[in-house]
Design a protein around this ligand. Structure first.
Ligand code: PMP
Length: 405
């Protein structure tokens, strides 16, 4: 079945606008996705019907807020095939999720232990481990990529050792679109007894994430890349690993008993969720998940493939344009540079034509250096984009190339 993109787009009010008289062409989905009406309605409904703090109120509004908030946790658990709702920890986003893991592992690493990441890491999944390693005198090993942006699997295997305590890698690279074979890599890492953390910021929006099947220990993602609000995310952790994971922040909600001298911690998931949570965010994120889950996933994936295929074909036929990242398994992202022009200038000229892309280092400075580019222009696609919009991108790029020549 094919996707009714026209009908889908009608659910995203923001897409109907014009920028300087041009229809908005939103191709910055790897940075953040737009939000369907169902998500906006769920957030509005929370604030207009039952805004109250959760868990601690002795009144009807608080009960209803708690019910919606905890139901949201169930939606997430079901969506990613968690073993239990207690494995779903609300965070402010992928970055915080990774920091919760890094904070815990830093307390357990010994001098000379090893943590492995890849050359395609987002800063959120690199700096975090650098800091954890510095704190504990562990060694950070960086698995190389091939020139096409695919991970060097042989090197990954060779670099694993008896001292590897943790492996962190992205499901999908935000800068290149490379999809990593995370199930296979997790199995290799597990053979060495390492913990496996997946940065799922980009992987989650393309559907079909099954944390049990992947075999990882942690999977972190953000609501805003999955048609939900900003400021909310999830850290999924395997129950047996989370059980005694060191606390992250301390304060209300996460305790069992407190005296002036000492405190004890509550049970999961609250033990890792100090303070008043982002209630509206969680409810909005679950609304996004419920909305996304009703779509025909195969049709979504096939539509996204078509968009990328058309973009890649046009890019290859475009004189003076170089695609950055052409791994065989790739989704959603076309990163490129145009000879003789800076990506920022290309982005500026596209913006004047209503086309939103991202330019720069995509929070992956070492990766840009590895690839020998100052940065790239990146068009990233989502299910509501059309083939016409891909054509508009290339028409606008021709103009940009002429203006910058
Ligand atoms: N990892 C990857 C691969 C990302 O694309 C992003 C967001 N650009 C992050 C981590 C961080 O996500 P957030 O800013 O939502 O915490």
């Amino acid at each position: 079945m094919s996707l009714d993109v026209r009908a889908l787009r009608e659910q995203f009010p923001i897409l109907a606008q014009e920028i300087d008289g041009n229809p908005l062409v939103y191709l910055d989905n790897a940075a953040t996705t737009q939000k369907p009406q169902a998500v906006l309605d769920a957030i509005m409904a929370f604030y207009t019907q039952c805004n109250a703090n959760v868990h601690r109120g002795a009144h009807a509004l608080s009960d209803e807020a708690t019910r919606r908030y905890e139901k949201a946790r169930d939606s997430v658990a079901h969506f990613i095939h968690a073993n239990s709702r207690e494995e779903v920890i609300w965070t402010s986003g992928t970055t915080e999720g990774l920091n919760i893991v890094a904070n815990g592992i830093a307390q357990r690493l010994q001098e000379g232990d090893e943590v492995m990441v890849t050359q395609m890491e987002h800063h959120a999944d690199l700096v975090t481990w650098q800091q954890a390693c510095t704190r504990s005198r562990a060694i950070l090993k960086v698995v190389p990529i091939h020139d096409n942006g695919a991970l060097d699997i042989q090197a990954f295997e060779d670099m694993l050792s008896g001292r590897t305590r943790l492996v962190a890698l992205p499901h999908v690279s935000n800068a290149l679109g490379t999809v990593n074979p995370i199930k296979k890599l997790a199995a290799l890492a597990k053979q060495k007894g390492a913990l496996v953390v997946i940065d799922g910021a980009q992987g989650i929006a393309h559907g079909g994430v099954d944390v049990q099947d992947i075999g990882c220990d942690f999977y972190a993602f953000s609501g805003h890349k999955l048609f939900g609000p900003t400021g909310i995310g999830v850290l999924w952790g395997r129950g047996s690993v989370l059980e005694d994971w060191p606390v992250w922040q301390t304060g209300g909600e996460m305790i069992a008993r407190v005296s002036y001298e000492a405190s004890t911690w509550g049970a999961l998931p609250n033990r890792l969720e100090a303070g008043t949570p982002n209630i509206a965010g969680a409810i909005g994120m679950a609304a996004a998940i419920d909305w996304f889950s009703k779509l025909d996933l195969e049709a979504v994936q096939s539509h996204e493939k078509q968009l990328l295929a058309s973009a890649t074909e046009q890019a290859m036929a475009f004189d003076g344009l170089k695609i950055i990242g052409s791994a065989p398994d790739k989704i959603g992202v076309l990163s490129f540079i145009i000879d003789g022009s800076h990506p920022a200038d290309v982005g500026f000229i596209l913006d004047r034509q209503g086309i939103a892309i991202r330019t720069g280092d995509h929070c992956a400075q070492p990766l840009m250096r590895r690839l020998g580019v100052p940065g790239t222009a990146r068009a990233s696609f989502s299910l509501y984009n059309t083939l016409d919009e891909v054509d508009s991108l290339f028409r606008a790029l021709k103009k940009a190339q002429m203006m910058l020549a």
